[in-house]
Design a protein around this ligand. Structure first.
Ligand code: AMO
Length: 599
């Protein structure tokens, strides 16, 4: 067997005269009657092979039959291409290999789609996922896997240098409360009992702190049975970190330095540290969401005070029933047509629950000096009110003010994506800009009206700030947590918190979450007990590795950064998992299927 000496992306003109063996897949072939040219591809690039019937008739004869994606090796001499035949677009474009020996390792069926160097591929994604091994041969996918590998190796090295131990935690475990549905695995040996796949290693990493491991790192798989989205998979990977005897600033420092190192080494982008911080309140007020895209301004403004005094019933009625009126000023969007606004934008916010989108165009006043608001609802506002609105939004002629009146929740949930959409549509965001921000000072709880109880904003092990400990009894809504999320260009890329390390505080929090003593004992008894055996103050964070790689490689599809991802319906199109299993297996697992099909 010909033994490879070099890869297909490596050779340059100063290698001229070297004898090499390259191995890989046939990207393309051209038979010019006389010479045969083959572009050979491996993970590192493409090199042109030349077969000459005069000098090497045997290799030339075999080469004539070769087709795309066959796997071959070729021995030959590196030589400079004939003048004028160089290809400046290829890294190896100055040279070619004059082949004297050829070995075919394997033929290949005609691939279901072409493997091109293009970043975008027009092939439908289902076909790509079914033939993932072909898809992964594309240079773009190989580049993404390279970035993913570099990211994990930088992160591992960094944490090793900072005294972290890499420790694995079980995959077959007990349900952990990260808020999603669990994937369950039936036990053969304990009839009727189930393991849960970890939604994250949260409790184990805390127990490792109780065990005195001091600093923990793991790059674990996490499983959450929730609807997949563009940035969400049912099975995804975290970079999971926990530390003892630290406070929030220590974790923030360790994390942001690591992010900066990844960005420097992979993108050669200098991230200026320390990263800015923003309170949860400010994020929601100004951006409508706790993961603000700070690459552009266009901040949301609340005009409930002005709207409450106007004659526009939609606004006044909403405010009377406890709602708010908030909006944004889209700079330069005054040229949008009525249909752009009423179909395009109103339709867009409707998907987020907004029942309408009121708008004003900002125009120069009739006397040419005073700025005015123009729209069918302008008449419901007094001239003073209109000026106040202009001032609040710092609006100028040519702008478009867009307003939503509803409950605070609907207003923020619809304006936040509208702001991001306009940021893209108006060309305000650049993909080469990396705006990191820490969001801090989250409330510990939010009230769940449907269930009439408090829910954790992060998870139940998040500590309140020490000053707010007394509020556990008196004012749960007013408690500020020691949680922090790191947000990049509007994406939550990591989140964590300082943990509760006192058993009595943990018990109180469970109570507020509506978890009875009995339930706490069944679900987390082992953990509550562990807390009582000498728990250090500790805290940690988990990065969403897949999201980080998405941002590093500029893709908006999480499936692009996972070698073997699942579809929206949680299926692996390559292996066709999940599949039915036979009766014997079910029997062994003490299971009986009552009905088929999704619930
Ligand atoms: P959290 O649930 O915020 O925290 O997860 C941490 C990070 O993981 C990413 N992430 C996801 N990525 C892809 N698909 C998903 N379904 C998905 N869900 C979350 C996000 C998120 O910021 N145990 C805590 C961490 C801690 O407190 O230390 C936890 O899991 O980028």
């Amino acid at each position: 067997m010909l033994k490879r000496t070099n890869n297909c992306g490596q050779l340059r003109s100063n290698d001229e005269g070297k004898e090499v063996v390259l191995a890989g897949w046939v990207q393309s072939y051209r038979d010019h009657g006389g010479l045969v040219f083959i572009d050979l591809r491996d993970r590192e690039g493409i090199t042109q092979l030349v077969f000459n019937p005069e000098t090497n008739p045997e290799a030339h004869e075999i080469a004539r039959d070769i087709r795309t994606e066959w796997v071959i090796a070729a021995r030959g001499m590196v030589r400079h291409r004939t003048e004028g035949m160089e290809n400046p677009k290829m890294a190896t474009g100055e040279i070619e290999i004059n082949v004297c020996e050829l070995e075919i390792f394997n033929k290949a069926l005609t691939p279901p789609f072409e493997i091109t160097a293009d970043e975008k591929i027009s092939v439908n994604e289902e076909l790509r996922l079914k033939y993932r091994y072909i898809d992964l041969r594309r240079p773009r996918m190989q580049e993404i896997m390279r970035v993913r590998n570099r990211t994990t190796s930088i992160v591992r090295r960094y944490h090793q240098e900072h005294g972290f131990y890499e420790i694995e935690t079980p995959v077959l475990g007990k349900s952990t409360p990260e808020g999603a549905r669990d994937f369950l695995v039936p036990s053969r040996l304990s009839a009727g009992s189930f393991y849960a796949l970890p939604q994250s290693p949260q409790l184990f990493k805390q127990i490792l702190m109780i065990s005195g491991m001091d600093r923990y790192l793991q790059i674990p798989k996490c499983f959450r049975d929730e609807d997949a989205r563009a940035d969400r998979q049912v099975e995804f990977t975290q970079i999971d970190v926990e530390m003892s005897f630290i406070d929030m600033d220590d974790i923030i420092a360790i994390t942001e330095n690591c992010f900066a190192q990844v960005w420097k080494e992979i993108l050669d982008v200098e991230i200026s540290l320390p990263l800015p911080r923003m309170s949860y309140r400010q994020a929601v007020d100004d951006y409508g969401v706790d993961r603000p895209d700070t690459r552009f301004e266009m901040l949301l403004k609340d005009i409930t005070d002005i709207a409450g005094e106007c004659e526009f019933k939609v606004f006044t009625n909403t405010i009377k029933s406890g709602g708010i009126v908030k909006g944004l000023c889209a700079t330069g969007a005054g040229s949008y047509s009525r249909s752009d606004i009423e179909k395009g934008l109103t339709g867009f916010v409707a998907d987020y629950g907004a029942r309408g989108l009121a708008w004003f165009k900002v125009v120069a006043g009739e006397d040419g000096t005073k700025t005015e608001l123009a729209s069918s609802i302008a008449k419901f506002f007094s001239p003073d009110q209109r000026q106040e609105i202009i001032q609040r939004f710092e609006a100028a002629p040519g702008d478009l003010i867009l307003l939503v009146a509803d409950t605070a929740d609907v207003v923020n949930k619809s304006l936040a994506p509208l702001r991001c959409k306009l940021g893209v549509d108006l060309g305000l965001v650049s993909n080469d800009q990396y705006n990191f921000v820490w969001v801090t000072d989250f409330p510990l709880f939010e009230f769940n009206k449907d269930e009439n109880r408090w829910d954790s904003l992060h998870h139940p092990f998040t500590a309140p700030i020490p000053e707010d400990l007394d509020k556990l009894d008196s004012d749960p809504a007013g408690i500020c947590s020691q949680a922090y999320d790191i947000v990049l260009n509007g994406n939550e890329v990591a989140g964590g918190s300082i943990r509760i390390h006192q058993p009595e505080v943990q018990a109180k929090v469970f109570k507020l979450l509506g978890i009875s003593d009995e339930e706490a004992e069944t679900r987390f008894g082992f953990f509550l007990e562990a807390l009582k055996y000498g728990t250090p103050p500790h805290g940690g964070i988990a990065w969403g590795l897949d999201r980080v790689v998405m941002l590093l490689t500029g893709t908006d599809n999480i499936r692009d950064v996972i070698a073997f991802p699942k579809t929206q319906r949680g299926q692996c199109l390559l292996t066709e998992a999940p599949t039915a299993v036979n009766e014997d297996q079910l029997e062994e697992l003490h299971l009986h299927i009552r009905q088929k099909g999704p619930k």
